[in-house]
Design a protein around this ligand. Structure first.
Ligand SMILES: Cc1cc2nc3c(=O)[nH]c(=O)nc-3n(C[C@H](O)[C@H](O)[C@H](O)COP(=O)(O)OP(=O)(O)OC[C@H]3O[C@@H](n4cnc5c(N)ncnc54)[C@H](O)[C@@H]3O)c2cc1C
Length: 122
């Protein structure tokens, strides 16, 4: 979907472009925060060796800190999500896409996903 949205020759439709923007905002926020969380966990896993500056992990944690700041903080990405919801009703596209993805689940998990989605009115 990103390739189609970014490639002028194979144009994506407006819904795909909006959904791509939404997914980028969500993924950027989530991966940035998780990078800090997991580099912190990695230091703890290695104990004292993980903490000392001679080891690679303090650098990874320090570098991960910038990920939540540059290219959009969580607040700024949140504003992008609100803009997309207002202008493109992208939340409805997202739910539709997620429902479609869930149809690919193995049979034994179908019941779980149907129970989860049954109250969504989109
Ligand atoms: C190491 C590094 C390299 C960089 N490289 C580049 C580069 O190559 N090119 C480039 O263009 N920029 C670069 N930047 C800049 C980076 O993109 C900005 O620092 C980032 O966008 C945050 O903007 P700001 O620093 O002005 O913080 P601010 O915008 O002042 O944000 C401070 C806080 O206020 C909040 N905030 C701001 N506006 C709102 C709002 N409207 N509503 C609610 N909350 C809000 C933010 O969420 C944040 O928590 C770099 C930054 C760093 C740290």
């Amino acid at each position: 979907m990103f390739d189609r949205s970014a490639n002028d020759k194979v144009a994506a439709n407006e819904d795909e472009k909006a959904l791509t923007r939404l997914l980028i905002a969500i993924l950027k926020k989530e991966t940035a925060e998780q990078a800090i969380h997991f580099s912190h966990e990695a230091i703890e896993m290695y104990g004292g060796s993980g903490y000392i500056e001679d080891f690679v992990l303090p650098r990874l944690l320090r570098d991960a800190q910038v990920l939540t700041v540059w290219e959009g903080t969580a607040n700024i990405l949140g504003l992008e999500v609100l803009r997309l919801m207002k202008k493109h009703r992208v939340h409805e596209l997202f739910i539709k896409q997620m429902k479609w993805e869930l149809t690919g689940l193995p049979e034994e998990l179908r019941d779980l996903s149907e129970r989860y989605w049954k109250d969504w009115k989109f």
